[in-house]
Design a protein around this ligand. Structure first.
Ligand code: MN
Length: 128
């Protein structure tokens, strides 16, 4: 099955970087550029993984995540929160809000695909 990954990011350069790191993996890559669009896309497309920037227009990534987590349809969705290391407190809030993984910006192009592969295989083990 082709896994769907939703990239939520308002900076087109970051979106492009993330896409480049995942291009060879054969995932279906979707994108949203603000929090409201992220909610709409997630509801419509049901991605396996959401790469979620925290600082977003309209609704921030933490709010989007909390809304998704309230919906049982998204209980198995893997969410990777992404924020600049300098944003103190974001990491704690991300973990509190039940997000699965946290990565700091700028994205490490080697780490991201590894984290995704790991999360997908872990999920397969948990839900065979
Ligand atoms: Mn941003």
């Amino acid at each position: 099955m082709k896994e769907k990954i939703l990239i939520v990011e308002d900076n087109p350069l970051h979106t492009r970087l993330i896409k480049m790191t995942l291009r060879a993996k054969g995932y279906t890559l979707l994108k949203a550029t603000d929090g409201e669009e992220a909610l709409d896309m997630a509801t419509r497309e049901r991605p396996s993984i959401i790469i979620m920037d925290i600082r977003l227009p309209k609704m921030n990534g933490l709010e989007v995540t909390m809304k998704l987590r309230k919906n049982p349809a998204f209980s198995h969705t893997l969410i990777i929160g992404v924020t600049a290391y300098a944003m103190k407190g974001d990491r704690e809030r991300i973990i509190e809000s039940g997000r699965d993984v946290y990565l700091s910006k700028p994205i490490n192009t080697r780490e991201l695909p590894e984290v995704i592969t790991e999360m997908l295989s872990q999920r397969q083990k948990d839900n065979p």
